[in-house]
Design a protein around this ligand. Sequence first.
Ligand code: AMP
Length: 460
Amino acid sequence: MTFKEFGLDASLLEGIEASGYENATPVQEQVIPIILSGKDIIASAQTGTGKTAAFLLPIVNKLIASRRDDQVNALVIVPTRELAIQIAQNLEGLSYFTNISSIAVYGGGDGSNFSTEKQALSRGADVVICTPGRMIAHLNMGYVQLKGLQYLVLDEADRMLDMGFYDDIMKIISFLPPVRQNLLFSATMPVKIRELARKILHDPAEVNIAISKPPAKIVQEAFVVYETQKIPLIKWLLKSTNLKSTLIFCSKKHNVKQLTSELRRARFNVKEIHSDLDQSSREDVLLEFKSRRLPILVATDILSRGIDIDNIEMVINYDVPNDGEDYIHRIGRTARAETDGVAFTFVSEKEQNKFKTIEDLLGDPVRKAVVPEEFGATPEYTPRSKRSGGGGGRNRGGGGRGQGGHNGQGGPNGRGAQNSQGGHGGHGGGNRRFHHNGPKKKDGSPQAQQSQPKPNENNS
Ligand code: AMP
């Protein structure tokens, strides 16, 4: 499903495209229409499923029309500072071309951060992403403008309860207007979450995105390589395995076409399948592959779900899929029924964090295969897990945390707070990492990231 089909505002679609999202993930397909319809929601969805955009997009879309000036319009409560920053960055990319402002409010910074937050909370910011303790500190001072609040999101609610935030959450809620839309996301659904939901949500729609585990008999391995090593490596892999049935996945049509023609040039018997082919060509190719007249098929994710092809011996992920569900569906094409199968994933340097998110979702690291010496040196596998709190010093350097507008000017809404948590001008050096599909400005240059906390700061 494409994002256009949700009927989202053109300015938001532009941000989605700039963030590199093409199709909605399963959780987005289910959750976005429900939120747009105005219903409360309780959703079990883990990190890595695209759940953040699943709640941010409909909220921003609705706020474009209904935001109230000088107010906090949406409040997202999260367990950790890292998650607050990550969501704020995600939001910055998605809402870049809209008039929506946002700020992350979390502990651990110095006094200047607090006063920046105070300014935003008292003058108004459309979306506030906060950790509980820091938000209460502000609420207790009495200046937070919450009368217009329309949306409350509790993200990673199970983790918040595990961290002892129940009372803090209830206290924050006691400051909010009673009529609002409530959204609760949790990786797990223990009894205490159900109880919290009963207290906060009104007649919620329930969404359950269960992550299926891949069958144990699939042998999964990952090659950690440089992007330029992928083509020679795949040729070597295809030659040395010489199997009757190999399915190769690429995330983008363009890559499918490019890889297929590379392999053809190297005289492999290979064809491609993607949405640019008409239905009858697709069916022909599929039939050839199923009947084993065609040993190698290169496909986009249109083939990863629901298509029954028995006896695929090997799946190769030429790139890392965008979410864990796609990974599981892709590798699930092999080892069907009684047969065994093998699934290799090529992980380039810029895909390492994405792959780690998938490993986290699976609950186990995927074995790293040894790249033959003839391919030369390979990168270390040093991903930064989204879940690892502190310690990593992610995304550091650059502008301060403040209400900086685009290019230092006031935002289009005249409040100067365009996705403010960090000045757009802050291209400082340091250990900056851009999101794998990080938003690009219209001129194609990556957007500046916000300043990040020091590794030794507290979590909330
Ligand atoms: P989340 O589960 O929200 O932490 O998202 C996991 C990762 O998937 C993040 O890096 C998102 O930027 C990315 N993502 C979310 N939705 C999509 C999408 N529709 N297409 C591609 N990437 C996505």
